[in-house]
Design a protein around this ligand. Structure first.
Ligand code: NAD
Length: 487
């Protein structure tokens, strides 16, 4: 019998009023790791009530004191890092060292944001009038809904929870139904660190039920969403007037110029394309390579890809873990068939691995890919890489930009002029030079443009996401002064 986990509302672990649960599976072996509450609108209503009651006392608590609790969260996350990394690996399928990285990112963001408790800066600026003082102060939005995906099951909740809380908001947190156990573990740590009741409320369940009830709830004033473009568009249409942050998909490219350190570039491509089994929003799913070096690049990349070891991520020798679910295997395979139909040439992969018990798909490389093919345009979110040939830097940048997304890009070159041109002309929220498309650090802003969405997480930008600036005018002239020069 697998354990049944509960929602966390108003400081208590309670069952959903639906009386229904759903299982979470280990994608490496399809075993049920626990059962979770299939929440509905009544549960959301209860959570909103708790968050509403807790809002005044939480937002009145001085920010440095809110931050002390977040620092304690960071300490407890660090203490439990290995246990949590294993849970990430078991529930999401990351290899263990990536699971550790996921938890480390959560630790880092709680530590970083706790420092914001002593900043939360507004602005001061001169008035156009004498004897008048102008400034802005940071205020919480109110109750915020945090909706997270499964691919960074501790890091992304951390990226949202920490800034939401330091700014004085209360929270309804709905994690992906693929990784509810990671969410339960984080909330247990928040509880242990001393988050007062009602400040953080965890609701597990499906997007269409629990998720929709959160995004449409009139008392929830902000939504911070990370997930697919389709869900983001749905939220935008249905949420009503709320402060909404959308972090959605990517179709990220690595450009490799003829002057690049090829071995370094190949390391970056392997990490970008097949790290986390290609299931990162910043995964490199396109390589745009200079025609002169393409044959050499392909030979070397192929040799390295064939050596990747697939398996259960708990084994330290595993390089590539499973996909999250059967639907992801099906989607990845559908794109293999689309690629073949479109006339791309399969260099390796293109099939699922039945001998392994879980949802495994062989790392797949297509070459002779044209920039407008669907495999080079649409987010696959699996271990599929498209190699596209280019003749020069301008063409490479044009191909890089010729997609609807704009999250992360990279260029390998030893020419500083080319590097700076790429920094300026590439249309994405993040650009790497001589490094893969992956590698965000929590003290810098993270976010995309174009179809990837808007709003930024991490860095000082995270504070903007979860607060608003109240504008304050103090007139100490003792007379009626009118702005804009009116007498
Ligand atoms: P998803 O859109 O299927 O689900 C994300 C979350 O939204 C889940 O919690 C889900 O339950 C919820 N949801 C689904 N339908 C909903 C609805 N109608 N109303 C409210 N909530 C709803 O995405 P996913 O499969 O979990 O994640 C993969 C996607 O996330 C990829 O597209 C990836 O690129 C993207 N992603 C983006 C970033 C980023 O920072 N830009 C980071 C990680 C993942």
């Amino acid at each position: 019998m697998s354990e049944i986990y509960k929602n966390y509302i108003n400081g208590e672990w309670i069952s959903s009023s639906s009386k229904r649960t759903f299982p979470s599976l280990n994608p490496a072996n399809k075993k049920v790791i626990g059962k979770f509450q299939q929440s509905n609108s009544k549960d959301v209503e209860r959570a909103v009530k708790a968050a509403e009651q807790a809002l005044t006392s939480w937002s009145d608590l001085p920010a440095p004191h809110r931050a002390e609790i977040l620092l304690e969260v960071a300490r407890l996350l660090r203490k439990n890092k290995e246990k949590l990394a294993k849970i990430v690996t078991i529930e999401m399928g990351k290899v263990l060292k990536e699971g550790r990285g996921d938890v480390q990112e959560a630790i880092d963001i709680f530590e970083y944001i706790s420092g914001e408790g002593r900043r939360l800066f507004g602005h001061t600026t001169p008035s156009e009038l004498r004897n008048k003082f102008c400034c802005t102060i940071r205020m919480p939005i109110g109750i915020v809904g945090l909706i997270t995906p499964w691919n960074f099951p501790t890091a992304i909740p951390g990226w949202k929870l920490a800034p939401a809380l330091v700014c004085g908001n209360t929270v309804i947190f709905k994690p992906s139904s693929d990784t509810p156990l990671c969410a339960v573990e984080i909330v247990k740590i928040l509880e242990k660190a001393g988050i007062p009741k009602g400040v953080v409320n965890l609701i597990t369940g499906k997007g269409e039920g629990a998720g929709s009830s959160i995004i449409t709830h009139p008392k929830i004033r902000g939504i911070s969403f990370t997930g697919s473009k389709a869900t983001g568009e749905f939220i935008l249409k249905n949420a009503g007037i709320k402060k909404i942050g959308l972090e959605m998909g990517g179709k990220n490219a690595i450009i490799i110029m003829d002057d690049a350190d090829l071995n370094l570039a190949i390391e970056g491509v392997l990490w970008g394309a097949f790290g986390t089994t290609g299931q990162r929003c910043t995964a490199a799913s396109r390589v745009i390579v200079d025609r002169e070096i393409k044959p050499d690049f392909e030979d070397k990349l192929l040799a390295r890809t064939e050596r990747l070891r697939l398996g259960n991520g708990l084994k330290e020798s595993t390089d590539v873990g499973p996909l999250i679910a059967q639907r992801a295997v099906q989607k990845t395979h559908m794109y293999t068939q689309i690629g073949l139909k479109e006339g791309a040439k399969l260099l390796t992969g293109g099939y699922s691995i039945k001998e392994l018990k879980g949802f495994f798909y062989k790392p797949t490389i297509f070459t002779e890919v044209k920039p407008n093919m669907r495999i080079a345009q649409e987010e696959i979110f699996g271990p599929t890489l498209s190699i596209i040939k280019s003749n020069n830097l301008n063409e490479a940048i044009k191909i890089c930009n010729g997609i609807e997304y704009g999250l992360s890009s990279s260029i390998y070159t030893s020419n500083v002029n080319r590097a700076f041109k790429a920094i300026e002309k590439i249309e994405s929220g993040i650009v790497y030079i001589n490094s893969s498309t992956i590698g965000a650090e929590v003290h810098l802003p993270f976010g995309g443009i174009k179809g990837t969405g808007y709003g930024h997480e991490a860095g000082p930008a995270a504070i903007e996401e979860f607060s608003y600036e109240k504008t304050v005018y103090v007139d100490y002239s003792g007379k009626l002064q009118k702005a804009q020069g009116i007498d």
